[in-house]
Design a protein around this ligand. Structure first.
Ligand SMILES: *[C@@H]1O[C@H](CO)[C@@H](O)[C@H](O)[C@H]1NC(C)=O
Ligand SMILES: *[C@@H]1O[C@H](CO)[C@@H](O)[C@H](O)[C@H]1NC(C)=O
Ligand SMILES: *[C@@H]1O[C@H](CO)[C@@H](O)[C@H](O)[C@H]1NC(C)=O
Ligand SMILES: *[C@@H]1O[C@H](CO)[C@@H](O)[C@H](O)[C@H]1NC(C)=O
Ligand SMILES: *[C@@H]1O[C@H](CO)[C@@H](O)[C@H](O)[C@H]1NC(C)=O
Ligand SMILES: *[C@@H]1O[C@H](CO)[C@@H](O)[C@H](O)[C@H]1NC(C)=O
Ligand SMILES: *[C@@H]1O[C@H](CO)[C@@H](O)[C@H](O)[C@H]1NC(C)=O
Length: 332
């Protein structure tokens, strides 16, 4: 009897240990706020919808904020921190973010709405993940269940923001290795590139393709000639590098698979967009073809890849904090 009891208690202890390990391992969960802020998704969605009424670009801007957060030290809200207190260099001022990442004010207003219903409970990192999903689903794209429970960082990493984020001027091999460095594969790369189904880009991010590509004296040969003419008119040499162009010229504000059908006719705006289809022998070509021919396949893959991206090194449990103001570490 005594020894049976012993076995029983040691089994119980083992189960508890395993459970503790699983919980502290920091998996995100769909029900993380179910008792503390059950309506958080609705609050975020309503705020994004409100923002869209005055700014059709904001959906694309918000998803880009989540992406640029996750690629630098994981999805921890670090991109939102301003210089101040212990933050001496912000990610906002890093080369890939300065003068192009936008939507910080909208994140602040979402956070205020969330704070007024559920004070001190929901992280800024989770707000970025929820806002990204709302942005896509409100633009006729797929919806998915956002996993939650991320906490906010106490630090920002400008050096990593400078080097870890993909640039629009890189080769497919370089971009692939930046995705691989955060645990994302070629399928994720192609699916997530489909976020360029909406949003705008400034001329300065593709004008190198229009007149003297890579020192050849000619435009990028992978650029459709009629599209080239349009782009040369909108982005003349020595013109304003900040002029905006639709990333998807066919349906600029709708989230659909036209980004991929555009690539088949060489109408990808950024060098890194077109490279997915035009790099000789690349494994991305068949994925582009599949997404161009089957929007459901793209939507399914996109939702899964957003979950994969949202899982990049989150802070969980007692790590980090729940920031009250997304722009600063509490008490600073
Ligand atoms: C959202 O839910 C929280 C509790 O989970 C509640 O206190 C708050 O009033 C709700 N807010 C709205 C706008 O329904
Ligand atoms: C990041 O890049 C910017 C712009 O090139 C540069 O001014 C800054 O010093 C860099 N920051 C770090 C930490 O390397
Ligand atoms: C691509 O990666 C190689 C090897 O790391 C590097 O030498 C090269 O500068 C990178 N090219 C671009 C355009 O970033
Ligand atoms: C640009 O030119 C360099 C040197 O000729 C070459 O190695 C590189 O692959 C070219 N890049 C592209 C995108 O064509
Ligand atoms: C360029 O775009 C037109 C449609 O605007 C298309 O008919 C043509 O096939 C495209 N050319 C190439 C080389 O993809
Ligand atoms: C399109 O993709 C979906 C989702 O992957 C798949 O179930 C369906 O069979 C595909 N349709 C065709 C015509 O291949
Ligand atoms: C700033 O850093 C110091 C030294 O690491 C630390 O003691 C302090 O708590 C930090 N301040 C905030 C607001 O995080």
């Amino acid at each position: 009897m005594f020894s049976t009891n012993n076995t029983y208690y040691s089994l119980l202890a083992t189960i508890l240990l395993v459970l503790t390990f699983v919980l502290s391992e920091g998996q995100l969960s769909a029900t993380f706020y179910s008792t503390t802020c059950s309506n958080v998704s609705t609050i975020v969605r309503n705020s994004v919808q409100q923002a869209l009424t005055s700014d059709s670009r904001i959906a694309a801007s918000l998803i880009r904020l989540h992406f640029h957060d996750c690629f630098v030290d994981g999805c921890d809200g670090s991109i939102l921190l301003d210089v101040g207190g212990n933050i001496t260099q912000s990610e906002k001022d890093a080369l890939p973010n300065a003068n192009s990442v936008r939507g910080y004010d909208v994140v602040d207003s979402i956070k205020s709405s969330v704070e007024s219903s559920c004070p001190g409970v929901v992280s800024c990192a989770d707000i970025l993940a929820l806002a990204a999903e709302s942005s896509v689903s409100l633009s006729q794209g797929p919806s998915w269940t956002v996993l939650l429970g991320r906490r906010d960082s106490l630090t920002a990493n400008q050096a990593s923001a400078n080097t870890s984020l993909p640039s629009p001027f890189e080769t497919l091999a370089n971009i692939t290795s930046k995705f691989s460095a955060v645990g994302l594969d070629t399928n994720d790369l192609v699916a997530l590139s489909g976020a360029h189904s909406f949003g705008r880009s400034q001329c300065q991010f593709f004008s190198q393709r229009l007149f003297n590509f890579n020192g050849t004296g000619n435009p990028d040969p992978n650029l459709n000639s009629t599209y080239l003419t349009t782009l040369q008119q909108n982005c003349p040499q020595n013109g304003n590098g900040a002029t905006l162009n639709d990333l998807d010229p066919s349906t600029p504000d709708t989230f659909d698979n036209n980004y991929f059908t555009n690539l088949l006719i060489h109408k990808g705006l950024l060098q890194t967009d077109q490279e997915l289809f035009s790099t000789d022998g690349a494994s991305t070509i068949s994925i582009v073809n599949n997404f161009a021919n089957n929007q459901s396949a793209f939507f399914e893959a996109f939702a899964q890849s957003m979950i994969n991206m949202g899982n990049i090194s989150p802070l969980t449990g007692t790590q980090g904090q729940i920031r009250i103001d997304c722009k600063k570490v509490n008490g600073s």
